[in-house]
Write a protein that binds this ligand. Structure first.
Ligand code: ZN
Length: 341
């Protein structure tokens, strides 16, 4: 049992500089247990230290795994087994993170444009909860794991980003920060510290490979990318252009998800333009359950985005306030076919 000891971790993205206190996480807690390399260090408040980064990763992965566990069949288990191995900082000198079906791996890197800024993928809660999302999706539906279908590969990346967004919303301090931000903007449907996934990481990625990141983050869930068949856009290039690569194309699904989430939150909040922290938390649980329900049992199909959109609408049906919202968003963004004209 963890005691009363607290650890200092990032509130969300390291670039904000905002930290918070959290109960010391237990990575060995069942059912979704982790095994970390390196071994557990002392608690540290030094945000530049490997010890601090260890506890950021431990807290984010524990929080993320606990968030998804209620959606998993009992007894819940990782695909590789009872323990998921996590390599927090592999020395390959690359800015990277990966779930290969067995192990979560994170590394660090820099860019000539920002020589003083060394970014550790394993110290960014968004990246941690994105990779965790891959491992969770693997549990929810093993049939989707083999590569080969463009829209399924892109959906996997979208699921990682949706996991990062929903896991971030489990942090009450961050919900307060976000609500202050979005209420100042007058709408939740706006570019915000929630929609901007991996801001610090994206800054360095953009300097190294401009096509792989957006101007202010790695990928922004607040976007207006409409669906186009991937085969018709395969040869495009450019950071703000939609391409058929999984990370780029994933933004189509993530954008629709995020717009639907904002509208579902407004529909449920007592004051639609001023949701409370608790209303936001509950909406995130509803969205988690809708996503998980639509993923479980999904078949491999070339038109996976439209298929998943239809499954999400079905999964949202038990709450009368919801199905019209994703129907509108997915249709308007051409993910679902609209009326024949
Ligand atoms: Zn990914």
């Amino acid at each position: 049992m963890p005691g009363n000891e607290m650890v200092t971790v990032w509130e969300k993205d390291p670039s904000s500089g905002r930290t918070r206190q959290a109960p010391k996480p237990d990575i060995n807690e069942p059912p979704l247990r982790f095994y970390f390399l390196p071994p557990e260090p002392p608690v540290s408040d030094d945000t530049d230290s490997a010890d601090f980064r260890y506890w950021v990763a431990a807290e984010a992965l524990r929080r993320g795994a606990d968030f998804w566990t209620p959606c998993l069949k009992v007894p819940a288990s990782w695909i590789p087994g009872e323990m998921l191995q996590v390599r927090l900082d592999t020395p390959n000198g690359d800015l990277n993170s990966d779930y290969d079906g067995n192990i979560l791996t994170f590394s660090h890197g820099s860019s000539p444009a920002y020589p003083g800024l060394v970014v550790y993928a394993g110290a960014t809660p968004d990246i941690l909860c994105h990779e965790l999302g891959h491992a969770i999706l693997h549990i929810l539906n093993k049939d989707l794991w083999p590569p080969g279908i463009v829209e399924i590969e892109a959906f996997k990346e979208s699921f990682g980003d949706m996991s990062a967004i929903l896991c971030a919303l489990q942090v009450s301090e961050f919900r307060d920060t976000l609500l202050a931000e979005t209420q100042a903007a007058g709408t939740f449907w706006v570019s915000s510290s929630l929609s901007r996934i991996a801001e610090q990481f994206g800054k360095v990625v953009r300097a190294v490979a401009p096509e792989d990141a957006e101007v202010d983050c790695l990928r922004n869930a607040w976007n207006h990318h409409d669906y186009e068949a991937p085969a018709t856009i395969a040869d495009r290039h450019g950071p703000d252009m939609l391409t058929a690569s999984p990370h780029s194309f994933s933004r189509v699904f993530t954008g629709a998800f995020y717009e639907a989430f904002a509208a579902m939150l407004a529909a449920k909040a007592a004051k639609s333009t001023r949701p409370t922290s608790e209303e936001l938390r509950i909406a995130s649980i509803h969205m988690r359950d809708i996503l998980a329900k639509s993923v479980i049992g999904a078949q491999r199909r070339d038109d996976f985005f439209g298929y998943m959109a239809a499954r999400m609408i079905d999964a949202s049906a038990p709450d009368a306030a919801y199905p019209a919202i994703p129907t509108d968003v997915f249709t308007r963004r051409s993910i679902l076919p609209g009326a024949i004209v």
